[in-house]
Design a protein around this ligand. Sequence first.
Ligand SMILES: NC(=O)c1ccc[n+]([C@@H]2O[C@H](COP(=O)([O-])OP(=O)(O)OC[C@H]3O[C@@H](n4cnc5c(N)ncnc54)[C@H](O)[C@@H]3O)[C@@H](O)[C@H]2O)c1
Length: 321
Amino acid sequence: MSEIKTIGVVGAGTMGNGIAQLAAQMGANVIMRDIKDDFVQRGLKAIDKFLSKGVERGKVTPEQKAAVLGRVIGTTDMGELAKCDFIIEAVIEDLDLKKQVFSELDSICKPETILATNTSSMSITLIAAATKRQDKVVGMHFFNPVPLMRLVEIIHGYNTSDETVKITTELAQKMGKETVEVKVDSPGFIVNRLMIPHMIEAVKLLEEGVATREDIDKALKLGLNYPMGPFELMDFTGMPWMAFSDTHLGAVEHLVQVAGVARPVSPALTGLPRLAETWLVLYETLHDVLACAKSQDMGHPERLAFIRNLASSALASVEQD
Ligand SMILES: NC(=O)c1ccc[n+]([C@@H]2O[C@H](COP(=O)([O-])OP(=O)(O)OC[C@H]3O[C@@H](n4cnc5c(N)ncnc54)[C@H](O)[C@@H]3O)[C@@H](O)[C@H]2O)c1
């Protein structure tokens, strides 16, 4: 493959604008696409804001900031991505949407262009199946906040070629990241597959009365040298908030369906922040809710509204307790 000079980013949200910034910092020209100009502008502003803080702290010069911003073009036109050498998709966590985006990219991009997805949990193989270049579709999982977190998981789909994994790994490293190779397309890959069960077990320990929340956090910090305990991590990563975000709801929904992750909830959770509790109640009932939503033939937006309604009722009942 010839040199990667122009990188396309699909989605200008939390992850997309961070990835676009990183690619521009590496020296690439970047085309960042979202569905509405407001979203594109919000993404560009987020990059500007991040770099301005860097200037204030003396980590970035005003010239560097201007050069990075000058390399990012925002657009709502999917056709603009045709000129890209490498594309990273960061739209919301919805399999049908991702498949649609990949099918469209496949039809407009050069045959040699690699299409990477930043999905947190979904099957690279299924996403790749929407294209006629399954060997050139790969998982490239960044972490939030993208400019600061050091890891990128590089994930093989069933038909991803070793050459694609090699080029993607080199690109992530050129962006200043450490990489790990996920050799099998498994839900949650490495990090989320380990993170979610450890949080679930922490909550079970609490509700079984085995230890206090503080002691569970302390045990993992001092016993395993974790920088944060599981409850601290839930608060820090905004787990409660996840339940209300379209993006994360998709990820949780998918993990519940594919990995069969589910957990019981008891009133012993009252020590948790109010929203965390709601998130866990929601998480537990997601299985039933999804089954119900599906049996009523709801599409994604209606399903989200339905689940949000349920979350409000759960929150109201938590407040009454
Ligand atoms: N936020 C995180 O902590 C995190 C971490 C790792 C991976 N991820 C994954 O990254 C992806 C994006 O997450 P996010 O947090 O940036 O979501 P986000 O909601 O902040 O941004 C998603 C963006 O995609 C846009 N979009 C929707 N359809 C589009 C289309 N057809 N073309 C272009 N843009 C479109 C939306 O308008 C939105 O601006 C998801 O797959 C998510 O699971 C998220």
